[in-house]
Design a protein around this ligand. Structure first.
Ligand code: KIV
Length: 307
C-alpha cells in the first residue's frame, strides 16, 4: 500500500462524502476562480486530522514545530529527521488537503544537490506532496521543479533568517526593499514555484504581489488581500505560552481548557472520586464465587496442615 493510500473502510472527512483532493494545480485553479485558500500548520495525527476534516485546503508541517511543539527558542535547531517524523504522522491523517513539508534550516542552504536530496526524502519517506523553502532560492526552486517536486516559496519575514534580520521584523517597508521583494517573488514564480507564502509584509505590498503574480500567495501577517491565509495551529488555539502577534486571531483558548481539565483530573484523583465504580472493570460473579470457594479450601487445608 502506498503511503498516501487509505483503507477503504475509513471514510473521508466527517461528512463521509467523496474527497476532492487538493493538489498543486487545484491551488492555481483556486487563484483563477478567486476562491480563498485556507491553510494551517499541523505537526501530529490528531490536529492534522481535525484540520483536514474541517476542510483546510493546505496543511503545512512547518518548521515552527521547533518552537510550538519542541520548545526551542527559534526554528533553527529542528532537523530533517525530526521534520520527517512529524510529516509522517500528519501524512497518516490527511486525505484531502495538500500536504506541504517545510525544509528546515541547513537542509538546503548548501548546494542545490543537497537541497534536492533532502527534498526527495520528504516526498519519498514521509509522503509530502510539496516542500516549502524560505528566501529567493531561485536555482534550488528550478531544480526541485525540474525534479517533479512542487515547491511553496516563502518571502518577507523568513524566520530562518532571524539572525540576519536581527529579530522578527516586518519586512519590505522601503521602496527599495519592496521592489526587491517583488522581483524575488516574480523570479520564484518563473523558476516554477507553485505558491508563495508572504509573511510579515505590509498589506499594500502583499496585495500588489498577489495582483501581479500568476501563482497563489498565502499570507501570514500580510493582510487580507492574499489568495489565501495561513496560521500556526498553536497560535489559532492559544497554545504558545506567549502573547500572540498582532496578525493572529485566536479562535479558541485551548490552554485554558486543557489546564482546567488537568486540574479537575488531579483533584478527582486526590479526592478518590476518580475512577468511579462505573469506570471500573468487575470480576464476573461466577469467577468471584469460584475464587471465594478456592480461597476457603486453601484456608481449611492450611488449618489442617498446622494441626
Ligand atoms: O513554519 C511555519 O509554521 C511557517 C508558517 C508560519 C508559514 O513557515
Amino acid at each position: 500500500m502506498s503511503i498516501t493510500k487509505f483503507p477503504a473502510s475509513s471514510s473521508p472527512a466527517s461528512t463521509g462524502a467523496p474527497i476532492a483532493k487538493v493538489t498543486m494545480p487545484a491551488l492555481a485553479e483556486m487563484k483563477r476562480s478567486a476562491k480563498p485558500i485556507s491553510s494551517l500548520t499541523a505537526y501530529d495525527y490528531p490536529t492534522s486530522r481535525l484540520a483536514d476534516e474541517a476542510g483546510i485546503d493546505l496543511i503545512l508541517v512547518g518548521d515552527s514545530l521547533a518552537m510550538v511543539v519542541l520548545g526551542h527558542e527559534n526554528t533553527l535547531a529542528v532537523t530533517v529527521d525530526e521534520m520527517l517524523h512529524h510529516t509522517r504522522a500528519v501524512r497518516r491523517a490527511v486525505r484531502r488537503a495538500l500536504l506541504v513539508a517545510d525544509m528546515p534550516f541547513g537542509s538546503y542552504h548548501g548546494t542545490v544537490a543537497e537541497g534536492l536530496s533532502n527534498a526527495i526524502r520528504f516526498i519519498k519517506e514521509a509522503g509530502a506532496e510539496a516542500v516549502k523553502v524560505e528566501g529567493p532560492r531561485i536555482d534550488l526552486v528550478r531544480a526541485l521543479t525540474e525534479s517533479e517536486i512542487p515547491v511553496v516559496a516563502h518571502l518577507g519575514l523568513t524566520p530562518q533568517s532571524l539572525h540576519r534580520m536581527g529579530g522578527y521584523r516586518v519586512q519590505a517597508r522601503t521602496a527599495e526593499t519592496v521592489l526587491q521583494l517583488k522581483s524575488d517573488a516574480q523570479a520564484l514564480a518563473d523558476a516554477g514555484a507553485g505558491a508563495i507564502v508572504l509573511e510579515g509584509v505590509p498589506r499594500e505590498v502583499a496585495a500588489a504581489i498577489t495582483a501581479e503574480l500568476p501563482i497563489p500567495t498565502i499570507g501570514i501577517g500580510a493582510g487580507p488581500d492574499c489568495d489565501g491565509q495561513i496560521l500556526v495551529f498553536h497560535d489559532l488555539v492559544n497554545l504558545t505560552f506567549a502573547p500572540a502577534p498582532k496578525f493572529v486571531r485566536q479562535y479558541a483558548d485551548a490552554a485554558a481548557q486543557i489546564r482546567t481539565a488537568i486540574e479537575h483530573y488531579r483533584e478527582d484523583v486526590e479526592h478518590r472520586v476518580f475512577p468511579s465504580d462505573e469506570e471500573s472493570y468487575h470480576l464476573p460473579e461466577s469467577a468471584q464465587r469460584a475464587l471465594e470457594s478456592r480461597e476457603s479450601s486453601n484456608r481449611k487445608l492450611g488449618t489442617l496442615r498446622k494441626a
